[in-house]
Design a protein around this ligand. Structure first.
Ligand SMILES: [Cu+2]
Length: 148
């Protein structure tokens, strides 16, 4: 289940955090990645524990975070942040979550959050149709699943 950054959600997340000692991670949305590649999430591959949250930080402008169709576990909600919006998502369900920046999808601005050890939806995620550079970039990220 996902919660966007309304005040109520923020308060609720804080309560969850206090109760379960869950961690909050950050993924920066960048015009240029750490190795100089254009349009990147950093880190593009992130492994977290169930109940942890991820904040997408608008370090550079003109980006968002949106789940990729077919690349999240069955039954969980999709998400779509607005442009420049810093959304914080709490990941309660284990599995692989593929996401993209909507305008830079074809330029390979994609990422994966691996939640816990359950990778049952990995094979399904591999069959998602991705445009342009997203295909090779996602293959690199998928190769990191389970290796961390
Ligand atoms: Cu972008």
């Amino acid at each position: 289940m996902f919660r966007s950054t309304t005040l109520l959600a923020a308060v609720f997340s804080t309560v969850i955090w206090s109760a379960a000692y869950a961690a909050e991670h950050e993924v920066r949305m960048l015009n240029k990645g750490p190795e100089g590649q254009p349009m990147q999430f950093d880190p593009a591959f992130l492994k977290i524990a169930p109940g942890d949250s991820v904040k997408f930080v608008a370090t550079d402008k003109g980006h968002n975070s949106e789940s990729i169709l077919g690349m999240i576990p069955e039954g969980v909600d999709t998400w779509k942040g607005k442009m420049n919006e810093e959304i914080t998502l709490t990941f309660d369900v284990e599995g692989i979550y593929g996401y993209k920046c909507t305008p830079h999808f074809g330029m390979g601005m994609v990422g994966i959050v691996q939640v816990g050890e359950n990778t049952d939806n990995l094979d399904a995620a591999k069959t998602a149709k991705l445009p342009g550079k997203a295909k090779s970039r996602m293959a690199e990220l998928i190769a990191q699943v389970g290796a961390n």
